[in-house]
Design a protein around this ligand. Structure first.
Ligand code: UD1
Ligand code: UDP
Length: 369
């Protein structure tokens, strides 16, 4: 009698837009792999944005924990994920729980899996800013995940060194690149980037970090308003606004109706990448956007004081400008006006990977005991 094939069941747990985008290539590779059964578990820490991010990959959740509430706190998200994930872990007994990055979903799913005796694998392991307050609470979250994980998929050699320094065993760490490069290759049909948008130069903006809420967010938005004012008619600023009320409200207040600024709801990933690739520059505090910049050939001014992705600065593609309005304006003007400065930022290598990270992750999940 034929035996059913013996496959390892794997929970891919995700909650937010970037986790969906960065885990999708690993889920797809796991589904192509003969010896894995991939279950997609959504915490719905983000509700609309998670579905929106999964859609272009043709993925839908197998299990949905449905935790999102308006204006939620990380504590509530963590508590609900812990409580609602447990019965699924007990029922399915997966061989691995795979989490990604540094969100509260990643930490709570890793913590809950550890309690349930389910081994944890961490995608994008080993990023460190060296500051617990920035990004907040992500530095704490990713350190916590590393403690629970027994398999670490580091995107770069530097990330691997951080994990070794914190005592992770050498054989548990694998440098596989960042799955975001796979995602960009999969979704974005590469074309020649051009900074032009209907006769105007395109500037893209995203903003959402928790440590910037309040005055820093307002300073950034006021700098963008000033840039729009002085470049009216020649620059078009496109800003898909994150739905978190702490940024959505001030964004509408400060930039609503300003000529030259297009405020949008979050864009579908293919549309966002298409716009991104045509931008002259991007102003962003996003982790994913920093990593996509080299793939798309566009420089990024990073709206943070520190980055856990120093590779983007070292390779030339990114520059830290923080939330200081004068610095944001000065560096934006330089990239808009000075061709030599723009070229200097857009000629380095891509430090984040080769687009084959998902395959490596699937193979390691299948072969590691
Ligand atoms: C979260 C992550 C952050 C990640 C970011 C990606 C934590 C603590 N933060 O921050 O690391 O960089 O996602 O975007 O894990 N909302 C909606 N619809 C959605 C999504 C969010 O309305 O689809 C609104 C809700 O009011 C929600 C709020 O945004 O309460 C905040 O969401 P939350 O996930 O807690 O924080 P983010 O700022 O999105
Ligand atoms: N993104 C998107 N639509 C948008 C804005 C961003 O698809 O309107 C994508 C972007 O390309 C990147 C990811 O969302 O892959 C980044 O997510 P976010 O900035 O929310 O989180 P972070 O990366 O900072 O954790």
């Amino acid at each position: 009698m034929d035996q059913p094939p013996l496959t390892k069941k794997v929970f891919f747990v995700m909650g937010t837009r970037p986790e969906a985008i960065k885990l999708a290539p690993a889920v797809e590779a796991a589904r192509r792999h003969g010896s894995l059964t991939a279950l997609l578990v959504s915490t719905s820490q983000h509700r609309e944005m998670l579905r929106q991010a999964l859609a272009p990959f043709g993925l839908t959740p197998d299990i949905d924990l449905d935790v999102m509430t308006a204006n939620q706190t990380p504590a509530r998200v963590a508590a609900e994920v812990l409580r609602r994930l447990e019965p699924h872990l007990e029922r399915e007994r997966p061989a691995w729980t795979v989490v990604q990055g540094d969100t509260t979903t990643a930490l709570a799913a890793a913590w809950g899996s550890f309690y349930a005796g389910v081994p944890v694998a961490h995608v994008e392991a080993g990023l460190r800013s060296g500051r617990m307050d920035s990004p907040f609470p992500e530095e704490f979250n990713r350190k916590g995940v590393a403690v629970a994980a027994s398999l670490h998929f580091a995107p770069t050699e530097r990330a691997r060194r951080h994990l070794l320094a914190e005592g992770a065993p050498d054989e548990s760490i694998h440098v596989v690149g960042n799955t975001i490069v796979d995602a960009v290759h999969r979704i974005h049909a590469a074309g020649t980037p051009s900074g032009e948008a209907g006769g105007r130069t395109l500037v893209l903006v995203t903003l959402h970090r928790r440590e910037s809420f309040g005055e820093p967010v307002r300073r950034v938005l006021e700098a963008i308003r000033e840039l729009a004012r002085e470049r009216e008619g020649s620059v078009r600023i496109v800003y898909p606004v994150h739905p978190n009320p702490s940024v959505d409200r001030p964004a509408r207040e400060i930039l609503g109706g300003v000529p030259g600024v297009d405020l949008h709801p979050p864009l579908d990933y293919p549309d966002f990448l298409a716009l991104f690739s045509r931008a002259r520059l991007v102003l962003s505090d996003s982790g994913g956007v920093q990593e996509e910049a080299p793939s798309l050939g566009v420089p990024v001014l990073i709206l943070r004081d520190v980055t856990e992705r120093p590779e983007v600065v070292e390779s030339g593609w990114g520059k830290l400008v923080g939330t200081d309005a004068d610095l944001i304006l000065a560096e934006s003007r330089r990239l808009l006006d000075d061709e030599t400065a723009w070229k200097a930022m857009t000629s380095g290598p891509n430090p984040f990977g080769d687009g084959k990270s998902g395959e490596r992750i699937a193979e390691l999940l299948a072969t590691r005991p």
